[in-house]
Design a binder for this molecule. Structure first.
Ligand code: 5RP
Length: 240
């Protein structure tokens, strides 16, 4: 979830792109896939929130699952929803992971708007099925959103230089309610890197991963198995 600060009224308001209704439809549709006994990866963000809430309601009606959270936010939501949690280190595989995305083109994604992509990627990669839930504004013919890159604090300047040499425009992500950069839950910083139109997501993904100091990045290449897109008339589901 993103927040915008209004200095006149000294308030923070949640800013989300896309319709709340479409997010709800997509998140709830993804949650329907979960079955009794599943270990479920719980994504982060304003769309994953609806899936987590829906799973909580299903648990009230008897569904027996355990969740693995991808962030502080998803842990908190899961606890509120009554979803029993396992630590990531307690599992060696996951049945289904459900998460949102900042942009979707085919089965490739840009994620990390909430700076949780490192853990989100670990959870998605461990899952037999990775289900992505998005509103219709997230769908694109090509990935062209800035790619969030989690970087060791001490490596930020050398990684910045490497990204610039690759033709990217890196921008250190700043906090809203604290002076200085965003610190991830792993204690690192985020460089939002604009590469324009990403012609080859696999190539760019490998190039970024190869830079020493990079922890992980928000390009999820060919990881999604199913995409649930909320739109005005319901939910469109894309399968591989
Ligand atoms: C967090 C993420 C989110 O899934 C992504 O930013 C989409 O969020 P939202 O559903 O709020 O638009 O990658 O790191």
């Amino acid at each position: 979830m993103r927040y915008t600060y209004d200095p006149t009224n000294d308030v923070f308001t949640k800013t989300t792109s896309g319709s709340e209704e479409e997010k709800r439809l997509a998140g709830e549709s993804a949650a329907l896939i979960v079955e009794d006994g599943n270990i479920v990866g719980l994504g982060t963000g304003s769309t994953a929130l609806y899936a987590i809430k829906a799973l909580g309601k299903s648990i009230d009606q008897g569904l027996d699952i355990k969740g693995v959270s991808t962030s502080f936010q998803s842990s908190q939501l899961a606890k509120e929803a009554g979803i029993p949690l396992l630590r990531l280190s307690e599992v060696d595989r996951i049945d289904i992971a459900i998460d949102g995305a900042d942009q979707v083109a085919d089965f490739n994604l840009v994620k990390g708007g909430g700076a949780a992509h490192t853990r989100e990627k670990i959870v998605a990669a461990a899952a037999d099925r990775f289900i992505v839930a998005v509103d219709s504004t997230k769908v694109s013919h090509v990935l062209n959103k800035p790619v969030p890159i989690e970087v060791l604090f001490s490596a930020r300047t050398v990684v910045t230089s490497r990204i610039e040499k690759m033709g990217g425009i890196p921008e250190l992500r700043y906090s809203i309610r604290k002076d200085g950069p965003v610190s991830t839950e792993n204690g690192n910083v985020i460089l939002d890197c604009d590469f324009g139109e990403i012609k080859s997501p696999p190539k760019l993904s490998k190039e970024i991963s190869d830079i020493p100091g990079v922890v992980d990045h928000g390009l999820f290449v060919d990881m999604a198995h199913e995409i649930h897109i909320g739109n005005k008339s319901g939910v469109e589901i894309k399968n591989r």
